[in-house]
Ligand binder design. Sequence first.
Ligand code: HEC
Length: 199
Amino acid sequence: MKYAATSVLVGGLLVLSVGRCISTPNLLQLASKSAHKGKSNGKISDAPAAGPQEIADYRKWTLVNPTPYYVPAPRAAQCARTILNPHDGKFIKVYVNDIGQQAMLTQKIPQFAAGSVIVKEKLSQQDSPTPELLTVMIKREAGYDPAKGDWEYMMVDGTAEDAENRGKLGYCQACHIPQQEQGYIFRTYLPDAVRENLR
Ligand code: HEC
């Protein structure tokens, strides 16, 4: 009887923790970790920092929303309380590389080709020169993660030098997979003139 009760309890906890909303580590904490990196040994390296190659020079790509888009906080999403939305309560700017540009800006149901990369800058203020955090989606070759659209997710510090975490990140997928019918992306920030012309 005692065992039965225990397993019911454990089972219940499991259900709670693996339910619809996966709890997440504090993304901001993860992201700010890097601020101190490299200085701990007192040496400053002369070598230019080499960030993730996929997003080198992303600021030269197409800026999807020329006016920074304000993301209201908290978002009325079902998961907002348990999943820390890395985008909430901030301004965002979204960039897309050449490969992904057409899908992003012209297709109603975007079909991103492998090699498409989307970078979202999170800014504390509309005119912040340096973002706080970058969140990135990279469309990989077919077979990378076929059930989930073959997207890789990545979180990078604001200087684009340090990928804090990347891969098939469950806490990113938790929000982006329900967007499957829209190519796994939201595009809330798309300028009206662009949205009206999606085909
Ligand atoms: C709580 C839900 C939620 C989570 C978790 C989440 N996102 Fe998003 N993401 C959104 C929403 C909503 C947008 C659209 C911008 C907005 O309005 O906030 C977005 C936009 C994006 C975009 C721009 C492309 C698009 O969808 O329009 C990228 C890139 C992105 N997210 C990457 C990530 C990464 C990487 C993670 C994990 C570190 C992540 N997201 C976690 C909700 C989420």
